[in-house]
Write a protein that binds this ligand. Structure first.
Ligand code: MSP
Length: 568
């Protein structure tokens, strides 16, 4: 149906490979994946980028402690990150590592261009430095004398360094938020950033000489480029920008193809980021691009955190849990995504993350909530709808069910919000089901436009519940007892199969594994799905359904929690 709707470029932050990732990190990547799949399904040419941010003092320190070179250390963690994304079926189009040549040579070129523009100067840096966060802070920014992001102690740092004239961009940044408010969402974050800039912007120290694990400053030996300048550049270096001279380009890979990518996909439609790094993305990044004379991304979207026991779920909590040093409450929470997938499957984890949290807000991470959602929404509502439908179809019609003759063609939603094509004599229950079915896709589109993943799923589940209710209302088992009810029984079961087909389209961006399984059991091509298929009822002439495995097992929650407690 609708194809070639243009391009859509979405990114996640590039993660620090300081330790294995936890379920909090998967949250952002799962949202980005759902959006990328949704846009592809709608016919967009999607570029979905993720990766790892591998330089900096913190990584160097951790690698030293592990007795490895930084490269060796990050190689190990990054292999695990890639395995995690493969297990979670994350559909990224490119994975950028900041230690790759294609990135490093371009970051150096970016530094050179900022320098040639006159926006970089050499000076002496003195300030408060938080090593774990790789961030400099001014006196006023400290909270109780500690790092305002992580609360840990900061140290006084003084050294020769290069500076980027960030202060000169304050007015242009304020004007940007004013003229293009959608540049930074949600609004609360925009207000925070506006306040932050109004307090006055310092120039940004963009090089370090106290360690060497970084991209070398191209114009002076002994200095490496500040990790955030290095990291933020990934969004364009991955697209092959800037183009390099012939010698450098050979080392950095196929330049021609890559710079075509830049022309095609830049500016990005959205950078998804956690709330604590909104500042880097909405102040430093646009200022860098302004200085380079390149277009700004269309949007930065800041999401909230998954909290554990009231605090941010963090890599150190993951390690505490793994070593068994944590208290009982935390040990009943599995925060390692690999273990969650092994126990409950990818779709359950994705569903939970997308359904449970509201974009932009923090939320408690609680394993029992995942288990409850799995039982009620997935096993009960969705799983039962499928098994009841295929079960009755098999029992009463050997799985073969044809479109009712009264459905002259497919039934579709019309632009004024009504539905055209429902046969005049159709019972009210059918009317209600079909009308709801055909309205869901539009509601999902609206929610996805606003990154309301939870509400998109809520709308789909409303329809799933309505379909289950349809079974209770039409009582197919009673119709089956009466030979005269056979025609009606066929209609009812066809309507249910159609409803499930529409569900398989609607959930495809979120739970694509379940979508495929539903389609297999309906006898349809599991992967031949288009978003437009959710906007028409009565599309399939004949179903040949097969009863298959349950989509989701029901979990005995008490037993499961006890097993986890016992380390099983
Ligand atoms: N390397 C930088 C990002 C550079 S982007 C140019 C970084 N890395 S990080 O690994 O520390 O964090 C990556 C992302 O994970 C951030 O957006 C952060 O908000 C997110 N999360 C880390 N813990 C999280 C939760 N507990 N909950 C939700 N998101 C979390 O910052």
């Amino acid at each position: 149906m609708t194809k070639d709707r243009g391009t859509y470029y979405i990114t996640t932050p590039i993660y620090y490979p300081s330790a294995n990732l936890h379920v909090g990190h998967t949250y952002c990547t799962v949202m980005a994946d759902a959006m990328a799949r949704f846009k592809r399904l709608q016919g967009y040419d999607v570029m979905f980028l993720t990766g790892t941010d591998e330089h900096g003092q913190k990584i160097q320190t951790i690698a030293d402690a592990a007795g490895k070179s930084p490269q060796e250390y990050v190689d190990g963690i990054v292999a695990g990150v890639k395995e995690l994304w493969a297990a979670m079926e994350i559909s990224y189009d490119d994975f950028i590592r900041t230690t790759e040549e294609r990135h490093k040579s371009r970051v150096q070129e970016i530094f050179r261009r900022l320098y040639d523009k006159g926006d970089i100067y050499r000076g002496v840096y003195e300030g408060w430095y938080c090593a774990p966060c790789e961030s400099f802070w001014t006196d006023v920014q400290l909270v109780g004398g500690n790092c305002p992001d992580c609360g840990r102690p900061v140290e006084r740092a003084k050294e020769d360094a290069y500076f980027f004239k960030l202060s000169e961009y304050a007015d242009r940044l304020l004007a940007l938020y004013e003229e293009r408010p959608e540049f930074l969402e949600p609004e609360t974050r925009r207000n925070e950033m506006t306040q932050f800039i109004k307090q006055g912007l310092d120039d940004l120290c963009i090089s370090r000489s106290s360690f060497d694990w970084g991209v070398p400053v191209p114009i002076e030996e002994g200095q490496v480029i500040y990790v955030w300048l290095d990291a933020l550049s990934n969004y364009i270096t991955a697209l092959g920008w800037p183009e390099l001279g012939a010698g450098e380009s050979e080392a950095a890979g196929a330049v021609e193809e890559n710079s075509d990518k830049y022309r095609k996909y830049w500016p990005a439609d959205v950078h998804l980021v956690g709330k604590e790094i909104v500042r880097f993305h909405s102040v430093i990044w646009p200022a860098m691009l302004m200085s380079l004379g390149e277009p700004l991304p269309k949007q930065i979207r800041g999401h909230g955190w998954l909290l554990l026991d009231g605090g941010k779920l963090s890599k150190s909590k993951l390690m505490e849990k793994n070593s068994g040093a944590d208290g009982a409450a935390a040990s009943r929470n599995i925060v390692d995504p690999v273990e969650l997938i092994e126990r409950y499957g990818v779709d359950a984890l994705k569903y939970f993350l997308l359904r449970e949290y509201t974009f932009g807000q923090d939320g408690q991470y609680q394993l029992d909530t995942l288990l409850h959602r799995m039982n009620s929404d997935l096993a009960n509502d969705l799983g039962n709808l499928l098994s009841r439908t295929t079960g009755m179809n098999g029992k009463y019609f050997d799985g073969v069910i044809a479109r009712p003759v009264s459905y002259s063609g497919s039934i579709a939603a019309n632009p004024s919000g009504g539905v055209d094509g429902i046969p005049p004599g159709a019972p009210d229950v059918d009317r209600a089901l079909i009308t709801l079915a055909l309205g869901v896709a539009v509601r999902v589109e609206g929610h996805m436009d606003r990154f309301e993943f939870n509400r998109a799923l809520e709308a789909i589940w409303e329809f799933i519940s309505r379909s289950n209710k349809y079974i209770d209302e039409t009582e197919p088992w009673a119709l089956a007892k009466d030979e005269g009810g056979r025609g009606r029984l066929g209609e009812v079961l066809y309507n249910l199969a159609e409803s499930l087909r529409i569900v398989s389209v609607l959930i495809q961006p979120f739970l694509h594994w379940s979508s495929e399984k539903i389609r297999e059991q309906l006898g349809l091509d599991p992967t031949d799905v288009e978003w437009g298929g959710a906007r028409a009822f009565g599309l399939v002439g004949e179903y040949r359904t097969v009863k298959g495995d349950n989509l989701f097992p029901r979990i005995d929650i008490e037993k499961e929690l006890a097993a986890i407690e016992a380390g099983e």
